[in-house]
Design a binder for this molecule. Structure first.
Ligand code: FES
Length: 130
């Protein structure tokens, strides 16, 4: 049985991750290196390993977009699409899988999820544990 001990890293100043912004950092060295994306949404920080659940692409480096919602009339006919600013997604650049930044899950296939990483903010600094 192998056990791993989480290591904590100072990855930058709080102001480096603005609202709806991101920071991608590689922590550790060699085969043990882990790349992590840190995001801020609604004032909170979220962090995920930069490995897409689809085929391993760099999901955390993809576009940051608001969720797209289709508006329907009372007979369920489409009135077109709108951006829902209350939900932020990151879009994997390889094949377009989207992830809700607050859960790390694909909105249509919640079994596809990014691996969450512990992130804390204290004294104006951001720390990530992997
Ligand atoms: S590897 Fe991310 S969408 Fe395919």
């Amino acid at each position: 049985m192998t056990s791993t001990v989480a290591r904590s890293y100072d990855v930058g100043a709080s102001h480096e991750v603005a609202e709806r912004g991101r920071l991608v950092v590689t922590l550790g060295e060699g085969a043990a290196a882990v790349t992590v994306g840190v995001f801020r949404f609604g004032g909170r920080l979220y962090a995920y390993e930069n490995v897409c659940a689809h085929q391993g692409g760099p999901a955390c480096q993809g576009r940051i977009v608001s969720r797209v919602r289709e508006r329907l009339d009372d007979q369920q006919r489409s009135l077109g699409t709108v951006f829902d600013e209350s939900v932020m997604h990151i879009v994997c650049p390889w094949h377009g899988f989207e992830y809700d930044v607050t859960t790390g899950r694909h909105p249509g296939r919640p079994d596809y999820a990014l691996r969450a990483v512990t992130v804390d903010e204290q004294g104006g600094r951001i720390r990530v544990s992997v």
